[in-house]
Design a protein around this ligand. Structure first.
Ligand SMILES: C[S@@+](CC[C@H](N)C(=O)[O-])C[C@H]1O[C@@H](n2cnc3c(N)ncnc32)[C@H](O)[C@@H]1O
Length: 468
């Protein structure tokens, strides 16, 4: 897109979002302040044409303003759009009531937690990416602040295992569970790392040798969408390796392999693609211009380099950790829990199955569906899971124990309340002995939000409850 210098709009213009344009004013939606670029960008000629064509279907207005989305005015008598319904007086009043309970105690997270932890954390955290992953420094902060060495910490939605890993690194006993196969693999790998880099490298060599004597797979039996990601010869190697690495006891090596499965960098195995979720980037990197990105990619040097990266800042696990592949509402939570620290699925915002589909296919090629149906997707399912968890957690918590939730807030809401409000109401209803002590907020910068699926999540709230 063509970008130009700052707009010549008069800064003293008091019309705030209304621009004079031809014979009438059009409403200009300003982007959220967190998204607003430092230098306002003027829309390019081609984009302007498209927008003008769109607007001209409802008016004769011309688009002249700064980068902005144009929203045609609602014709009198038309019903408000779905997303505006939450602002009806009753809902607004209700939301304000809940917020007034939360917000007076809200504070920004400590400043040292706002920067990236990528260059200081234990590199085992970087085994393989995971959408909605918690920053390890926040996990560490919560564990150190609210528990002591030897305490039992539980994470019922552990995802890639950030909280249990930090708990084990800081000498807390930990119990974790999750329903996703990919989460199970990553958590098991992180909580049972190999004893040394040397051992990890030797075992990787052994697994590759074992894999390369397997019969060459028939690529016609592989789904087309999977084949599309790989050079044919690379795919033959990775399919054979996955078959061996999938066996129990090899979780660390399988997780390293999944960590280099797709990306556009040379150290990865696929055609140019994004890293977090599998989208081919063949338009940005066309085969004709970048033929080298479409050539065979040898597995051995890439897997060895990955293992070395994981061992770069490896730290010893100092206590016992148990992972169970189970849903939060049914898992056998042990008694005597000092703290439940968890980040529940982002209600209606992320789909952990669809966004991990390529890695999930390698974990289980017989799997047919890659679309989530449950807690992260549907509001009712989220409420059911959270209600069950809150009731059980309260029973298992020690007196004075902590129940800590990291909740991703949606900015573009499609339902009445923000997830933290929903959760707060559920706690009040099902666990009156839990009282809210502190609320921390953490703005999520665009770089961490990753891609369009996360566009609604701009802030995390850390709700700290204590059992009275
Ligand atoms: C926000 S993510 C957790 C991220 C994690 N804290 C990390 O750092 O990687 C939420 C997780 O909840 C899991 N999940 C969804 N529904 C669940 C359920 N009913 N029981 C257990 N886990 C569930 C998803 O698979 C996902 O891994």
């Amino acid at each position: 897109m063509e970008t130009k210098g700052p707009s010549k709009v008069d800064p003293s213009d008091k019309s705030k979002g209304l621009r004079q344009s031809g014979s009438r004013k059009i409403n200009v939606l300003r982007p959220d302040p967190m998204d607003r670029p430092q230098n306002p960008i003027r829309i390019g000629a081609s984009i302007r044409k498209v927008l003008e064509a769109f607007v001209s279907t409802t008016s004769k207005a011309k688009i002249t303003g700064r980068w902005a989305a144009c929203k045609p005015r609602r014709a009198p008598g038309n019903p408000p759009r779905e997303s505006n319904r939450q602002n009806t007086p009753n809902n607004k009043h209700r939301a304000t009531n809940v917020m007034s309970k939360l917000m007076p105690r809200a504070q920004r997270i400590p400043i040292e937690l706002r920067k990236s932890a990528a260059t200081s954390e234990c590199t085992l955290h970087q085994l393989s990416p995971y959408i909605g992953k918690l920053k390890s420094s926040i996990a560490r902060f919560l564990i150190l602040e609210y528990t002591k060495p030897g305490d039992l910490v539980v994470d019922p939605f552990c995802g890639s295992g950030t909280i249990p890993l930090e708990a084990a690194l800081t000498g807390r006993t930990t119990f974790a569970c999750d329903t996703s196969d990919y989460a199970a693999l990553l958590s098991t790998a992180k909580l049972n790392p190999p004893r040394s880099e040397q051992f990890a490298l030797e075992k990787a060599k052994q697994l590759i040798t074992e894999a390369m004597v397997l019969p060459v797979p028939d690529l016609r039996t592989i789904p087309r969408w999977v084949r599309d990601f790989f050079n044919r010869d690379t795919l033959k190697d990775v399919l054979r390796f996955a078959k061996v690495a999938r066996r129990e006891g090899n979780e660390f090596w399988f997780a390293c392999f999944l960590g280099i499965l797709h990306h556009q960098r040379p150290g990865f195995l696929s055609y140019p693609s994004s890293h977090l979720v599998p989208y081919l980037r063949d338009r940005k990197y066309p085969r004709t211009r970048y033929p080298e990105l479409y050539q065979y990619r040898a597995l051995t040097p890439r897997l060895e380099a990955k293992i070395r990266r994981v061992f770069k800042r490896m730290r010893p696990l100092r206590s016992k950790a148990v992972f169970e592949r189970a849903s939060a509402e049914l898992a056998n939570l042990p008694p005597g829990v000092r703290a439940i620290i968890t980040s529940p699925p982002y209600m209606n915002a992320l789909d952990y199955e669809r966004d991990n589909r390529l890695r999930l296919w390698f974990i289980d090629p017989s799997r047919a569906r890659f679309q989530e149906q449950s807690a992260s997707h549907k509001r009712k399912a989220f409420i059911d899971v959270m209600s069950a968890l809150i009731k059980r957690s309260c029973a298992q918590l020690d007196p004075r124990g902590y129940f800590i939730l990291v909740i991703g807030e949606e900015v573009k809401r499609t339902f009445r309340a923000e997830p933290s409000e929903v959760v707060h109401e559920l706690v009040a209803a099902h666990a009156p002995s839990l009282s809210l002590k502190t609320v921390f907020t953490d703005a999520i910068p665009d770089v961490r939000r990753g891609r369009r699926y996360c566009r609604g999540i701009k802030q995390e709230k850390l709700l700290i409850y204590q059992k009275e």
